[in-house]
Ligand binder design. Structure first.
Ligand code: SF4
Length: 607
């Protein structure tokens, strides 16, 4: 199996048994790897109706055929499980060096099953694979744990960990790697915590077979050359994702005060240029990356080092909570990373609580005396700690805003900015119909990375409700997740404009399987439809209503900024869904039709 190590590790945490199994070539061919293997494993191996926090749920860490090879950004790993946050599919991608190291150790993926009675970590050094006692690590922060393990095992080990948030089953706990890179969304860290798996430490010294080495080298050089010569490289490398903060603020897309508006009066203090000057120490990249977007920072005000903050953290923990000092955002970022919770969901949940507090829905009695007003940095820090440790109001917010609103009542659901139970990420969508649709239909809940369509809204008219917008969202939903299956970063394509179709000959040179770019997109569509069927199978009554956007965007106009007074009507929401389902050949309730499943070869799997 060229491009693959050819072996999957199966680790049963209940029995301690570790098996090495051959990677099924047919699964690799039909689902590529990464997120494709993740959803295929969930569908075929995790019984219907499994409680996400039970031994029957599985956690799948999966690389792709590009991972660990000289392809720009080929350092992505996908973590999948049944989500404790949404009850549906969770798939979270993380960069860094773990994915390359795992393949060098001889494995394409690890499937964790069952649950251990005591804390353990998985040690992998080529053929040597052991579950080791992690009692001394339990309770420690994510980054502290990584430091401890590297000190114990050696710097050359690549480590992924959970923090107290994962141990305490916060529904949006993340998995941390490389001192601040996160598999952030959907609660993959809570599943790891439930399994009492504190960390994974990997070192590998083997090689990855490539079908056509000469062709591979030629294509590899061409891709790296294209990145090096890209006009956007310098700015991207200097600012990373924070390059968009000022743009979002100017066009009214920067979530502010729990998505009430898209422009923040203190926004300029959070811009990438300010951050670079005030706190960034150096750039940091993933394996094989020619355009390192990671920014490693030090906040003098709070005395901590942190990777970041990147745009999403600035948007959710900054403007959305009305914090205007980049050093405060960096500290919130540090707390979330060390405690092991997703900065997007945490920032969203805290802003939701602030919104409820300012409206009198929550009072000092529920907040434990916290003056939970927008802009209160100290209250934000305290609440992050309480969420991770499940104390007081933090215990409720640890369930996610959908459940929190259900329990609080008093109309608070109108201020819970979520889809399918996942907190919306960093784009304000009162009037940006393509981006709104992207959030409504993303396969994990309201996450931006499946289809970053906000620029298309600005390009063609943000309030237009038209078939081309829907087509653009669907196109992006096939291109972007394909990168998560191949095991590579999409940002060289997004930010440096390298030819996306060049990944087809690269895949062919590595795997020896000749497929066009369209062939690969068809596989991505297969993965997308199987993921949709997973939701249908696992969530009672799943259908159209699960794709509805947060009420905030159709019930209440934006309160300020360039989109002041604007919203997307509920009628437009319905039109968007009608067009989306039609273009996807799904039923009017959003279920893939038998014909569509047969066309994608999924009828054999779905039955
Ligand atoms: Fe990693 Fe950023 Fe490079 Fe992508 S662009 S590989 S996320 S450092």
């Amino acid at each position: 199996m060229n491009g693959y190590a050819g072996t999957i590790l199966r680790v049963n945490l209940t029995t301690g048994e570790i098996k090495k199994e051959p990677y099924d070539p047919q699964v690799a061919r039909d689902f590529v790897g990464g997120r494709g293997l993740g959803i295929h494993t969930l569908w075929t191996e995790v019984p219907r109706g499994t409680d996400p926090l039970s031994p029957a749920n599985k956690l799948i860490a999966s690389t792709g055929p590009l991972s660990g090879l000289l392809v720009p950004g080929a350092g992505k790993m996908d973590w999948a499980c049944k989500s404790p946050l949404t009850g549906g599919y969770a798939g979270a991608s993380v960069g860094g060096h773990l994915t390359a190291e795992l393949k060098y150790a001889g494995y394409d993926a690890i499937i964790f099953e069952g649950a251990s009675a005591k804390p353990v970590y998985l040690f992998i050094e080529d053929d040597r694979v052991e579950l080791r006692d992690a009692s001394g690590l339990w309770g420690k922060g994510s980054i502290t744990t990584e430091e401890m393990l590297k000190k114990r095992l050696g710097e050359e080990f690549q480590v992924a960990t959970i923090g107290p948030g994962g141990e305490n089953l916060v529904k949006y706990a993340c998995i941390t790697h490389d001192y601040g890179r996160q598999a952030g969304r959907g609660g993959v860290g809570a599943v790891m915590g439930w399994k009492k798996l504190k960390a994974v430490a990997v070192r590998g010294t083997q090689t990855i077979p490539v079908a056509q080495p000469d062709r591979f080298w030629e294509l590899s050089h061409a891709m790296y050359r294209a990145c090096k010569e890209a006009s956007g490289l310098e700015a991207w490398q200097r600012y990373g994702t924070t390059i968009v903060t000022s743009w979002c603020d100017e066009v009214g897309a920067l979530p502010t005060r729990n998505f009430q508006q898209g422009s923040f009066e203190q926004g300029p203090g959070l811009y990438g240029q300010v951050m670079r000057e005030r706190i960034v120490i150096t750039d940091k990249g993933c394996f094989g990356c020619p355009s390192p977007c990671g920014k490693y920072s030090y906040t003098k005000k709070h005395g901590v080092f942190v990777e970041g903050p990147e745009y999403e953290t600035i948007a959710l923990c900054g403007s959305n909570c009305a914090l205007g000092d980049i050093e405060d955002v960096a500290y919130a970022n540090y707390l979330c990373d060390e405690l092991g919770i997703d900065t997007i969901s945490a920032g969203n949940a805290i802003a939701f609580a602030m919104d409820c507090y300012e409206r009198g829905i929550l009072t000092a009695r529920e907040t434990g005396g916290l003056e939970l007003r927008f802009g209160n940095a100290e209250a934000t820090f305290t609440l992050i700690e309480r969420i991770a440790r499940r104390e007081g109001l933090g215990d409720l917010l640890a369930e996610g805003v959908k459940v929190a609103a259900q329990r609080i009542g008093k109309g608070s659901a109108d201020y819970a900015v979520q889809v399918k139970g996942m907190e919306q990420s960093g784009y304000e969508t009162h009037n940006a119909t393509a981006m709104l649709l992207a959030y409504m239909t993303a396969d994990v809940g309201a996450h931006h990375n499946r289809a970053w369509a906000i620029t298309y809204d600005l390009q063609v008219g943000r309030d237009r409700v038209a078939p081309d917008k829907v087509a653009r969202v669907i196109e992006l939903q096939h291109i972007r997740p394909l990168f998560d299956a191949m095991g590579a970063c999409r940002l060289q394509w997004v930010e440096l404009s390298i030819d996306v179709t060049s990944y087809a000959p690269m895949m062919a040179a590595i795997t020896g399987i000749e497929r066009s770019w369209e062939d690969l997109l068809k596989i991505s569509e297969r993965i997308w439809n199987l993921t949709r069927m997973y939701w249908v199978r696992e969530v009672d009554g799943f259908g159209r209503e699960w794709d509805y956007p947060p009420p905030r965007f159709y019930k209440e106009p934006a309160t300020g900024g360039p989109t002041k007074g604007q919203l997307t009507t509920f009628e437009s929401v319905q039109k968007l869904l009608d067009m989306y389902y039609e273009q996807r050949s799904w039923s009017k309730d959003g279920i893939p039709t038998p014909q569509k499943l047969a066309e994608l070869g999924l009828d054999r799997i779905v039955g």
